[in-house]
Design a protein around this ligand. Structure first.
Ligand code: TA6
Length: 277
């Protein structure tokens, strides 16, 4: 069952429920901002056209980061209005949602390519996202992208992240390339782009485990702004850093993708939450 909702300022999202989950997805940015208790959402996030929601899973496309000065940080997709193509109740434990963004006058002004961007969510025992880029034009184009997932956690001091051991990362703070030794624990600002990612990533939070499995992604970002950076971030309370960690499934930096005219590229992510038992 799903309902199209509209806030007083006209901001539109859909609320989807079935026997195993409740989710909310904004049409702007095809931005899922609730999936059971999996995702963190800032209590002071704006829900306003043209402003990215702070939390959930923002879509970074056609760029991750701010390396292309002609494009906004993390690209324009997260502030573009997507079309709701279809909601399908496969059964009482699985609902799929298909949203679509096509190039338009505004996007062509800053990124002169024609494309279709298809987001398909599988909402059930787990959360799966398929991000398909179709190059519908006559010119090849390059993208970097990320599903910039904010995960809700009990407290930043309680968590550890497995699966990135022995992988190099670009440290955005020191601008150095560093080898990840062992499990990741966070006790300071962390902003790292991991490369050569070829294993599932597991976020451990006490007895709770969040398992990330990707397809066609060889890079991942781990980010927590910690105390000082949080003060500079929009739509974040001062203690927000304690309650979320971003583990972002990406094609970022050297993991960029060149999509030939008429071709497509699909990044897939499946997130499974479980309690150790
Ligand atoms: O993915 C990490 C990062 O690039 C950080 O450097 C920080 O800027 C974060 O994304 C949030 O960016 P945003 O544009 O959503 O405020």
């Amino acid at each position: 069952m799903y309902t199209l909702k509209r806030l007083k300022n006209g901001f539109k999202y859909i609320e989807i429920k079935n026997d195993v989950m409740q989710a909310k997805i904004a049409l702007q940015g095809a931005h899922i901002f609730e999936f059971n208790k999996l995702l963190w959402l800032s209590e002071i996030s704006k829900f306003q056209e043209g402003v990215a929601i702070r939390g959930g899973i923002p879509l970074c496309w056609p760029r991750f980061g701010s390396l292309d000065v002609k494009l906004p940080q993390h690209g324009f997709a997260r502030t573009q209005m997507f079309e709701l193509v279809k909601v399908e109740e496969i059964n009482n434990r699985l609902t799929t949602v298909h949203m679509l963004l096509k190039d338009n006058k505004e996007t062509r002004e800053i990124w002169d390519y024609t494309f279709e961007l298809h987001l398909v969510f599988n909402l059930g025992e787990s959360l799966s996202i398929s991000l398909r880029t179709d190059n519908t034009g006559t010119k090849d184009f390059m993208i970097t992208q990320a599903l910039h997932s904010y995960f809700s956690i009990s407290d930043i001091k309680n968590i550890s992240i497995e699966g990135l051991q022995n992988r190099y990362y670009h440290d955005a703070l020191s601008e150095k390339k560093v080898l990840q030794k062992g499990t990741i624990k966070i006790c300071q600002e962390v902003d790292r782009v991991y490369e050569g990612v070829d294993k599932d990533i597991v976020l451990q939070d006490g007895q709770r485990k969040v398992h990330l499995r990707t397809k066609n992604s060889a890079s991942a970002i781990v980010w927590n702004p910690w105390i000082e950076k949080t003060k500079k971030m929009s739509a974040m309370k001062r203690d927000a850093y304690k309650k979320f960690v971003c583990i972002e499934s990406a094609n970022a930096f050297d993991d960029f993708k060149t999509i030939q005219a008429g071709d497509s590229y699909i990044l897939k992510l499946e997130i499974q939450e479980s309690e150790n038992g």
